[in-house]
Design a protein around this ligand. Structure first.
Ligand SMILES: NC(=O)c1ccc[n+]([C@@H]2O[C@H](COP(=O)([O-])OP(=O)(O)OC[C@H]3O[C@@H](n4cnc5c(N)ncnc54)[C@H](OP(=O)(O)O)[C@@H]3O)[C@@H](O)[C@H]2O)c1
Length: 248
């Protein structure tokens, strides 16, 4: 049964999709806990949302500072008096062809997107296990469905890891009161893909609306927006490499 999740923690809420989801849930009067590294942006957003949201708590968090993730989540849980939903959204799109002397960018991407997501899942599930309920949402990417070449190699590998982590948790919590949703966005206009030129780019508001609808429905999996990304994600998963290589 899907119940209204009133108390929602969102990481990476200082811009793009995280900020958009915060706005959407605030407009519905939910209580929010927002984190990211840029505290000034979170505070400005919180000041704007406090009129409509039931409550807005903010905290500075670098998800690659693994020890601080459970501390910050615990503090925000205490401020809100529990957490019904945690959206693991913080992510980076840095990258360079592997073996070209830019290992740092690729390692930072995997550290943030995959190890950081794991640290967030650990902290969220500790809270959910203790409460006996909760909804974990992992923001992966359509690129999880097929390793992508060059500058996107480490990014797609990190997101394949996020999707696999979500599937593992769905198997573990099947039939239990802890729900796990995997969201794979296609191209949605945000800072992460500024400068990317493609006809497949979705406007931020439309992309956020599709994400929020899939999250509220507590789907196990959604590629968003559904058109064209659900069929494209399936094609990326199933087409032979000789064909899919010509699509990217
Ligand atoms: N937009 C797309 O087309 C698209 C497609 C597929 C997947 N996604 C995924 O959607 C998520 C949100 O991305 P976006 O498109 O909204 O990009 P964005 O506007 O660049 O937002 C990224 C967010 O992640 C936060 N972040 C980055 N590194 C962090 C760290 N180490 N610790 C804490 N927060 C960190 C940033 O905040 P601070 O810099 O303030 O920390 C920012 O709020 C990411 O996981 C991304 O991979 C996006």
């Amino acid at each position: 049964m899907v119940t209204t999740r009133e108390k929602i923690l969102i990481t990476g809420a200082s811009s793009g999709l995280g900020e958009g989801m915060a706005r959407a849930f605030a407009a519905q009067g939910r209580a929010l806990a927002l984190c990211a590294r840029r505290l000034d942006r979170l505070e400005a957003l919180a000041a704007e949302l406090r009129d409509s949201a039931a409550q807005v708590a903010v905290a500075q968090l670098d998800v690659t500072d693994f020890d601080s993730v459970p501390v910050v989540f615990g503090k925000l849980r205490d401020e809100l008096g529990g957490l019904d939903r945690v959206i693991v959204n913080a992510g980076l799109g840095k990258g360079a062809p592997i073996g070209t002397g830019k290992a740092r960018a690729n390692l930072e991407t995997v550290q943030t997107n995959l190890a950081g997501a794991l640290a967030q899942a650990e902290a969220a599930l500790e809270i959910f296990r203790e409460q006996g309920y909760g909804h974990l949402v992992l923001i992966s990417s359509v690129s999880a469905n097929r390793g992508l070449p060059k500058a996107q190699a480490a990014y797609s590998a990190s997101k394949a890891g996020v999707t696999a982590l979500g599937q593992a948790l769905q198997a573990e919590f099947a039939g239990k009161p802890i729900a796990v949703t995997i969201i794979e966005p296609g191209y949605i206009e945000t800072d992460i893909n500024r400068g990317v030129k493609t006809r497949l780019m979705t406007k931020t508001d439309d992309g956020v609306a599709a994400m929020v609808a899939a999250i509220e429905a507590e789907k196990e999996y959604a590629a968003v927006p559904r058109w064209p990304w659900e069929p494209l994600a399936a094609a990326m998963r199933h087409l032979p490499g000789s064909v899919s290589r010509r699509m990217v």
